[in-house]
Design a protein around this ligand. Sequence first.
Ligand code: SD4
Length: 295
Amino acid sequence: PTRRPVVISTWRHGLAANEAAWKILSKGGRALDAVEAGVRVSESDPEVSSVGVGGRPDASGQVTLDACIMDEKGDCGAVAYLRDIENPISVARMVMEKTPHVMMVGEGAKRFALANGIKEKQLLTARAKQDWEKWKTQHPDAIQHRQINVENHDTIGMVAIDAAGNLSGACTTSGLAWKLPGRVGDSPIIGAGLYVDNEVGAASATGVGEAVIRAVGSFLVVELMRQGHSPQQACRLATERVIAKNPNWKDLQVGFIAIDKRGRTGGYCIQPGFDYALYDHENGNRMLPAPSRIA
Ligand code: SD4
């Protein structure tokens, strides 16, 4: 049996994002429109400290954003190291729809956004600036790889199936707090932070991007579903791969969410504390804890 529409997204801020996505999905709208509208909610929320407005800056105090989007046709768009733009996911969609390219970065991506009518916006909130100043005093020259977990919310990855049975996904982040200026994580990289194959399923990742990129994590989840694994098993097996490829895995958080063509969903992570928001007709919108490798 197929259940649809269904939308699933990472972390507690996923609840509000799912609501926005559901407004579109429940009216028979396209999954692509739903995931874009969904993650825009987290991007614009100043209380979400690792996406868009209110995102924590890099080591030099600049907020830089990474995002990507992928649809049921396998079309995709991405932006990285984007500054001063509230909704990078919509710029990623414009890259997909208005250019022959997949990925644009930095100043060029910003100029492209402005040329397409998007307004500039100051993203560094007073609170994020305070946090950064505190970090700087405590770590005058250190590069801290902070522990990513429930209390710092993190990236939003969202994947959905619409009433027509089509899949799409979106992923957007301000990346690791206090990252080296210029650093780009997994979130805007198709196959790493997000992957969609309309014949099989879709997946998205959260956590330490470097570990996800090395395993091409989201693509791996989708390929495991193609081999017959359920979304839940596929997320677990992909996490095991990340573990196998990263000797320091006990110090890392990585989590995956996935949905398949039948509307089945799953999630799995390394450290306890990762939860995701699931919205379907049967049970409405709710949080589910992802099983973790470390108890
Ligand atoms: C990154 N995956 O830039 C993102 C970070 C994040 O929850 O906050 N994930 O590596």
